[in-house]
Structure formats: structure tokens, C-alpha cells
Ligand binder design. Sequence first.
Ligand SMILES: Cc1cc2nc3c(=O)[nH]c(=O)nc-3n(C[C@H](O)[C@H](O)[C@H](O)COP(=O)(O)OP(=O)(O)OC[C@H]3O[C@@H](n4cnc5c(N)ncnc54)[C@H](O)[C@@H]3O)c2cc1C
Length: 293
Amino acid sequence: MGIFSGLETIVETNHPLAAHTWYGLGGPADYFIRPATVQQLKEVVQRCRENKIHIFVMGFGSNLLVSDEGLHAAVIKLEADEFEHTNFEDDQIIVGAGVELSKLVLECVQKGLSGIEALTGIPGSVGGAVRMNAGGNFGDIGAVVESVTLMDNHGNVFEKKKPELIFDYRSTNITAKFILGARLQLASADPEQIMRTVKEAWISRKNTQPLNTRNCGCVFKNPRGVSAGALIDRAGLKGLQVGGAVVSEKHANFIIAEKGCKSRDVIRLMDVIKQRVKEQFDIELEPEIEIWK
Ligand SMILES: Cc1cc2nc3c(=O)[nH]c(=O)nc-3n(C[C@H](O)[C@H](O)[C@H](O)COP(=O)(O)OP(=O)(O)OC[C@H]3O[C@@H](n4cnc5c(N)ncnc54)[C@H](O)[C@@H]3O)c2cc1C
């Protein structure tokens, strides 16, 4: 493994990605890399740059659709201990990108810290949540992010703080390749009250989403002022199937991967949905999920 010599313990070649995604779909990556330290990440980034290898950064793969053909690229996942720290400083938390969001929500409930309970039930890592400005009807993560620690594709580590940081619907103005961690500003509150909100958010999710299926959450962004799910439903597309990909009967903005489903089925179904919604409502749906190819 000439390109990554000396880094063999963290680099796997021709590594299947399906098991790293919520969809469970997609082919292998030329390189799958799990750096143990920031220093190793720098080294990996440098080798990729020198060898013109494209980098994808993976969180928990809950918003990703990987192509069936796989990726001629390096997929880097920040899951080592160095990226999984959580330090509480009064009502602020300094948290690593690899920390699981749902665990963080529960820790905050226990400590009586309010601010991220709106994120209950969103599968994913802190890094992925910040990148996507994950959230929903009850709020999004951007509202509590004070600063982020980033690394660019030259390996430079730096911070970006409010008010320089801007969060919008499912997007941010962070352009650096890697989010290494974030500082969140929470507020003290009654743990029982926070827990009630967490439970409400869970119940709402359970009632509206096909949770025990292979899916990737909402496939399309909501166009301004209207729900993508409602448009897809009104277009009569619930239950529509292409190959092993089906529009959920419970939530029309979810595409479920059934047995035998391929990534290309999901993509073809997305195309049909976009076309039908355009024809009926003259609205262009934009994907919320990321398609890696
Ligand atoms: C059942 C279900 C329900 C969902 N509900 C919601 C919801 O209510 N609201 C919502 O917003 N989303 C929802 N999602 C989508 C998804 O959970 C979020 O987008 C989540 O924030 C993605 O996090 P992740 O770690 O899995 O990121 P991934 O899916 O792995 O990656 C998503 C993006 O983040 C980037 N990324 C990940 N980690 C880093 C990092 N450390 N540095 C730089 N970039 C990084 C990736 O490159 C990619 O661009 C849902 C998904 C599922 C499966």
C-alpha cells in the first residue's frame, strides 16, 4: 500500500461501504480510513492531496446514498477516541465530531442542560449534524453552535465562531473539509421538563416516520413554505416502487430500501418523484440526502 505506507493500521482497501450507511446500500471505497488522531488525519489528507485522491468524509451514514459501483476515493471516518470526547464546562459542551447525537441528547437531559432536545431521534454524529444543520419542527443544531473546530484539505486546523458561522435550512457556510468538533451553548433547565420534550419528540417521530425500515430520513428538502412529503403524497406517489425502492406509506418523503434494493433503484425513484411533482405543482424538489458517486 505505497500511498499510505506507515498508515496500514488505519487504512482498508476496497472496503464495502454499505454496512456503514443507514440504507445499507452501495459498493466499496478504494480506501476506507479511520485516523486515530488529528495528526494522523493531517497525514492522510496530505497523502490524498499528493496522490490526487478525492476525499469523502463520513459520519454515521444516515444521510447518504453511496453508488452501487462504489467510490474511487478515500472515505474518512472520524470515530476514534480522539474524535469522541464530550467535555462539559458549565452550560457549554465541547464535543467531538464522532460523538453520537442521541447519546449526547441523553447526557444533556441527565445534566439538566436544555437546547438540543429538538434533535431527539435524529440518527447521526455531531459532525454530520453540524454539516447538515440537522433539526426539524422543534429547532436545529445551528441554534446552539458557538464555534466549530475545522480542518481544511491542506491539514490546517482552525476555529470558526459565531457570528461568522451561518446556519440555514439543512446547510451551513462551513466550507472546510472536516468538522473536528463543536462548542455548544446550552441552558440549565429542569431535567424532567427536558425529558418530557424528548419523549414528545420521540412519540411524534414514531407516529409519523417508518422507523423500523432501511431509509435515510427525508429524501427531499422542503421547498419554501411547503412540505415535500405533502407534495409527494398529493401527487399520489405513496407506495410507488422502482426495483426494491418504495415510497413509504407512512411518510411520503421517505424512500424505503426493501430486500434486493440497489442504490440505482432509489435514484430512479427519486427522478420519477421529482418529475411528477414538477408536472403537477411546477415545483423543483431538491435532494436532502447526499448521493456519493
Ligand atoms: C430515520 C432517520 C430520520 C432522520 N431524521 C432527520 C431529521 O429529523 N432531521 C434532520 O435534519 N435529519 C434527519 N435525518 C438525516 C440524518 O440523520 C442527518 O442529516 C444527520 O445529521 C447526518 O449525520 P451523519 O453523521 O449520519 O452524517 P452522514 O450521513 O455520514 O453525512 C452527511 C453529510 O455530513 C458530512 N459529514 C459527516 N461528518 C462530517 C465531519 N466530521 N466533518 C465534515 N463533514 C461531515 C458528510 O460528508 C455528508 O456531507 C434522518 C435520517 C434517518 C435515517
